[in-house]
Design a binder for this molecule. Structure first.
Ligand code: AMP
Length: 423
């Protein structure tokens, strides 16, 4: 089903102070909404009451497309970016469908602790409503003891990261035999993180008769296979951007491997504004932070070696503007949903063109403008070509002060094509 035309950008306008407090745990930023109404999506009055209290006036495109089929119990794959309103797209149907019964009936699997906590915060808005949905968040990086107590309080829905859920199921503190609703959120990121074997173990513990929804920003073949295996004739709802947003200026710095660090430091000095840096390796993230701190830059970092407390604190201080720069490894970066990022610096290019577009989407949200700087070496040549094809234009080559650019060799074919004396 197609959504209606996107009409404007909205932020929720919750009047109820309790709801406002709950929403504070979820990064708030304006999203594109449709001109449709929540009323026509098949949601029951008890769910619509909470939607109204939250202050959502119109559904976002992914919500308008997903909710009617999800409410009807159709398996589906939603292709949509972080920050598109995906959480409500699966939470609203789930809370409606789980109205009857007892025990753990809903399972939402997230790749990162941050995303799991945000989903749990959204679910909490339904706890005090007529729906009385009780949920528990089972994530790693925090003590397991309090989670045992929470599990004893008879939750309806679990929001989990894969490792910690398996930990509980091995200890026998959780049983998944009654799960009716399964959501695999940010499935492509779970793949990046190597979670697929764990997902398979989790799904093998679930009843075959269930409703499954999978969300992903991209659809690489392993995700496609996962979907085929675990879903019944899924509907595919594709709202992934077909190119990067229009307000983005792309800059490519081709350098020798040995010059990457100097190039990154120069760019971080030269390009002002709030900056998110992506590195592949934790060691590069650590190095960059240390050097920047020595140069009196205000910088925070987020990667999987850091405790949950540190990761949350880093994200909070970046979000609040106390740190201008946030350095993140690929892995930790998915949960990052921050308004007003002006500069994305790819210290390492991502593995796929889809990921490049996804990263670029972190800046230039809505009508804003942003710069995406990427540092590449000759090893990235084929990937760069793929990114250019996906964007539909070449990445402008740029030079950083004091860093010698790597000169691209043109292939014989290219030289012939560009030569005025073409034979
Ligand atoms: P999500 O992609 O679920 O993380 O949502 C991104 C942001 O959009 C969050 O700040 C939500 O509170 C907000 N949001 C989601 N749906 C709507 C809506 N229908 N109207 C206004 N804001 C929304």
């Amino acid at each position: 089903m197609m959504t209606a035309v996107v009409s404007d950008h909205e932020s929720p306008r919750a009047e109820d102070p309790e709801v406002r407090d709950a929403l504070a745990a979820i990064p708030q930023h304006p999203v594109e909404t449709t001109d449709r109404d929540f009323l026509g999506l098949g949601l029951e009055p008890a769910v619509l009451e909470v939607v109204a209290r939250i202050g959502f006036e119109h559904p976002t495109p992914i919500q308008a497309s997903v909710i009617p089929d999800a409410v009807a119990g159709k398996d589906l794959i939603g292709l949509a970016e972080t920050g598109s309103g995906k959480t409500a797209a699966f939470v609203l149907p789930i809370v409606q469908r789980l109205r009857r019964g007892r025990g753990v009936r809903g399972l939402i699997v997230s790749p990162t602790r941050e995303i799991a906590l945000q989903t749990k915060a959204f679910l909490d808005l339904f706890r005090k409503s007529r729906l009385r949905v009780n949920s528990v968040c089972l994530i790693g990086g925090v003590k397991i003891g309090p989670q045992f107590d929470q599990l004893r309080r008879d939750p309806d829905v679990l929001v989990v990261t894969p490792g910690r859920l398996l930990d509980h199921s091995e200890r026998g503190t959780v049983s998944l035999g009654g799960v009716e609703e399964l959501v695999l959120d940010e499935a492509d990121h779970m793949l990046d993180l190597g979670f697929m074997p764990q997902i398979q173990r989790i799904v093998s513990q679930l009843p075959r008769q269930r409703h499954t929804m999978l969300f992903s920003a991209t659809m690489p073949p392993p995700i496609e296979r996962l979907a085929q295996r675990y879903m019944k004739d899924p509907l595919r709802i594709d709202l992934s951007p077909k190119g990067a947003a229009s307000g983005i200026e792309h800059r490519l710095y081709l350098v020798d491997e040995k010059d990457k660090k100097r190039c990154a430091l120069t760019l971080l000095e030269k390009v002002p504004g709030s900056t998110l840096v992506f590195t592949k390796r934790r060691s590069d993230a650590e190095w960059l932070c240390r050097v920047l701190e020595r140069g009196e830059h205000s910088v925070a970092r987020i990667h999987s070696d850091r405790s949950q407390r540190h990761r949350v604190a880093a994200l909070e201080s970046f979000r609040a503007g106390r740190h201008r720069i946030l350095v993140a490894t690929n892995i930790a970066a998915r949960g990052i949903d921050v308004v007003g990022i002006e500069h994305i610096l790819n210290y390492d290019l991502p593995d796929t063109p889809e990921d490049y577009i996804h990263r670029a989407g972190r800046t230039a949200r809505g009508a804003a403008e942003g710069v995406v700087s990427s540092i590449g070496t000759w090893l990235d040549k084929s990937l760069i070509r793929q990114i250019e094809t996906a964007l539909g234009h070449p990445l402008p080559r740029c030079e950083a002060d004091g860093v010698a650019p790597y000169r691209e060799m043109q292939s014989l074919q290219e030289r012939r094509r560009r030569s005025p004396l073409r034979r």
